[in-house]
Design a protein around this ligand. Structure first.
Ligand code: SF4
Length: 372
């Protein structure tokens, strides 16, 4: 009997592992999940809204990190209607620290559509769910299976990693043929009984055993079914993506505190990276340029008058997905014309506003030495 996924049946559906292999895999992983699943907050009451928020949060954040944010977010926005009615600034502030803020913005946008067009309930069919902002095939599959117990597959980066190892798939994960194969295999694996629990099983297995860098093959419950393990290739599959390191840029930042200790902040544009967030005024400094001169010019362009840029107060490095910034904060004295985008924030009130992480780091680094 075919017992390895490498022994494939070829036909209309490409390279499906044999039914006996799939059955053994499901049995072994379900038994493992029954004894190993973590008690995570989104598993306690798997309503469509709770599962949806969790899946969006978990897209770029590990479960242990996301759990306290999740509980705070749900306490603040307990229903789709509460999220739809919230101010965007409040949603971004509740998301603060999780990064990738477009997720939060789309979540709120989708909540408004769910309230207006779907009776306040996350849609229970894939096409309608996928028409919502921020809902791709993975999120739709996860919510449909976990919250509605529909037989839908859900392949995120963790599940993809597990599958390519089990299958011994050596081609890069990013290729269209591999992606299509993984979705087909994942769909064939979905059981008729309790598909939602199966989705959680695969995700949990990728998070606890079949880890990205060091899969725990010696204690793996499906090691005997794994092609990568049999070939001694578990550590090499999937092939690592070669990423160019992000560019490093110097940034001059204005630390402009008034007598009450309030800091001048500016609101970023409504589109682009960190849209709508507040931050300390800043300017990129190309090589060979004088940071104080550039910062003064940037502040005058924002409506500052009688600008004087003084000593450097702190220097930090802040990595983002598109660049690494080396930020130097300078003490600034200036007066301001009223401008919509300029506001004053007390450092201790910063958590109530959507303030960029780089600005928060500088506020912490400078502390009391920034007082006038
Ligand atoms: Fe992952 Fe190793 Fe188990 Fe294969 S044997 S599924 S590589 S943990």
């Amino acid at each position: 009997m075919a017992d390895r996924p490498g022994e494939v049946r070829r036909g209309a559906v490409a390279e499906l592992p044999p039914p006996a292999w799939r059955a053994r895999l499901r049995r072994a992983l379900r038994a493992w999940y029954a004894r190993s699943a973590r008690d995570l907050p989104w598993r306690r009451a798997a309503t469509p809204y709770r599962v949806w928020v969790a899946e969006v949060m978990l897209q770029q954040t590990q479960a242990a990190t996301a759990a306290p944010y999740y509980e705070r977010f749900l306490a603040r926005f307990p229903t789709v209607a509460a999220l739809a009615a919230a101010a965007e600034d409040d949603v971004l502030a509740a998301w603060q620290g999780l990064g990738y803020y477009a997720r939060a913005r789309k979540l709120k946008e989708a909540a408004a559509i769910i309230v207006a067009e779907h009776g306040g309930r996350f849609p229970d069919d894939e096409a309608t769910a996928r028409a919502l902002p921020g809902v791709g095939p993975y999120t739709a599959g996860a919510v449909l299976s976990i919250a509605y117990d529909r037989p839908a597959a859900a392949v995120d980066a963790n599940v993809a990693r597990v599958l390519v190892r089990l299958l011994g798939e050596e081609r890069p994960l990013a290729t269209a043929a591999v992606k299509a194969r993984l979705w087909q295999v994942a769909a064939a694996l979905v059981p008729r009984r309790a598909p939602g629990a199966w989705t959680q099983t695969l995700i949990e297995f990728g998070a606890l055993v079949c880890l990205p860098r060091s899969p725990d093959c010696p204690s793996c419950p499906v090691a005997s079914l794994c092609v990568a393990r049999a070939a001694g290739r578990a550590a090499q599959i999937p092939a690592p993506r070669r990423k160019k390191p992000p560019p490093v840029v110097e940034v001059a930042v204005a630390w402009a505190a008034d007598r009450e200790g309030r800091l001048t902040c500016v609101r970023r544009p409504d589109r682009g990276v960190l849209a709508g967030f507040y931050e300390l005024p800043a300017v990129d400094v190309p090589a060979g340029e004088d940071p104080r001169v550039l910062l003064g010019e940037a502040l005058r362009a924002l409506g500052a008058r009688r600008v004087s840029v003084g000593e450097a107060l702190a220097r930090i490095e802040h990595g983002m997905f598109h660049r690494t910034a080396r930020l130097t904060a300078y003490r600034v004295r200036a007066t301001w014309d009223a401008a919509d985008s300029v506001t004053a924030i007390l450092p201790e009130a910063a958590a109530a506003r959507p303030l960029t992480t780089a600005s928060q780091k500088l506020i912490r680094a400078i502390g009391s030495k920034g007082r006038r």
